[in-house]
Design a protein around this ligand. Structure first.
Ligand code: 8NA
Ligand code: MG
Ligand code: MG
Ligand code: MG
Length: 311
């Protein structure tokens, strides 16, 4: 019902922000010990989030204000991303998106800048995937969610793998929002995700997630999936962490951080997914109390959850 839905949307946005902020101090570390993570979980310091959450909230705000899913417009979203970056450029953005945002603010199209990135290959980084979970709140089918996820990613990520990562996380988030029992439906979730992928690299990476399900150690899982800055590593790694602890976002986040690599980003995606499944009540007040702009995030989630769509 409506209350459960609102709790899940709050859980998604708050879980993502918590994962980002909890993972940020470890970004780029190849190994992170359980003791290091536990000490940071138990600390009292404020939890400050990074580019992952800044852009996720920008996308959520855009969707909350969208008149109709058919009105989705990359030019408008690109402008919102660019303004978000311009207002707080020191959130730890990847190398390439700010180049595109600068062009957008100067009045040029995002498209030219995006497709010419990385000598014309386009970005295969995880930046399209890290911000995409709110797309799964749209009242659409899995193929439609995947299509909008790709379009939201294409603004900065022209490479097919960068867009496939976004489709993967968005469809996983749709499963998380709608599933009654993710633990019992692991194979269904993975199959629904695989159905929306377009690149062999991402399909192989999701196969690695399936294979990894018998492994307990985050380091072992990361050896199969990777956990780096490429979308083909970070997005599957986040799914692996989520599928182990779907009902416990903090455990999913801790697992993601323990995988090492792009810890803030993998933990942000894992936290969004587990938060979407388990809802706001699964997030400890002790953590939320430390979270930057917590009340703003809740307010935004409520706008997104309670909006009605015409037709
Ligand atoms: P991006 O589009 O710049 O991609 C990230 C990186 O991936 C690039 O800088 C390249 O190193 C590499 N890359 C992407 N495409 C290609 C390609 N076609 N060929 C070779 N290399 C490629 O930025 P993004 O938005 O995808 O990045 C997201 C990441 O940026 C997240 O981890 C986020 O947390 C942030 N980040 C920040 C820091 C930091 O030090 N503050 C470090 C890493 C990442
Ligand atoms: Mg970041
Ligand atoms: Mg970025
Ligand atoms: Mg990162």
């Amino acid at each position: 019902d409506a209350l459960i839905w609102t709790r899940r949307v709050r859980g998604c946005l708050l879980g993502g922000a918590l994962g980002d902020a909890l993972g940020a101090p470890f970004e780029g570390h190849s190994t992170v010990t359980a003791q290091e993570i536990q000490a940071w979980i138990d600390a009292d310091e404020p939890l400050t989030w990074t580019d992952d959450t800044a852009l996720q909230l920008a996308l959520a705000t855009y969707l909350a204000e969208l008149g109709h899913p058919d009105d989705f417009d990359e030019d408008q979203l690109a402008l919102r991303f660019a303004h978000t970056w311009d207002a707080e450029p020191d959130r730890g953005y990847g190398a390439n998106p700010p180049k595109i945002f600068r062009d957008v603010l100067a009045g040029s199209s995002w498209k030219q800048a995006s497709v010419s990135s990385f000598d014309g290959a386009g970005s295969l980084g995880n930046g399209g995937a890290m911000r995409v979970a709110p797309v799964a709140t749209l009242p659409l089918s899995a193929p439609e969610i995947a299509a909008i996820a790709r379009r939201s990613a294409a603004i900065t990520h022209a490479h097919p793998q960068g867009q496939d990562g976004a489709a993967l996380v968005a469809v996983a988030a749709r499963c998380a929002f709608t599933s009654a029992d993710v633990h019992a439906q692991t194979h269904t979730v993975l199959a629904q995700c695989t159905d929306q992928l377009q690149t062999p690299e991402m399909r192989r990476a999701l196969d690695a997630v399936s294979l990894s399900m018998r492994l307990a150690e985050p380091g072992e899982v990361a050896r199969l999936t990777g956990s780096g800055i490429a979308a083909r590593e970070a997005a599957p790694a986040a799914i692996a962490a989520f599928l182990r602890h779907p009902a416990d976002p903090v455990a999913a986040i801790m697992f993601a951080i323990a995988m090492g690599g792009d810890t803030d980003t993998v933990a942000a995606m894992a936290g969004s997914l587990a938060g979407a499944y388990a809802g706001e009540n699964s997030l400890p007040e002790k953590m939320l109390h430390r979270l930057e702009r917590r009340h703003h995030i809740v307010h935004l989630a409520d706008r997104l959850a309670t909006r009605t769509w015409p037709r």
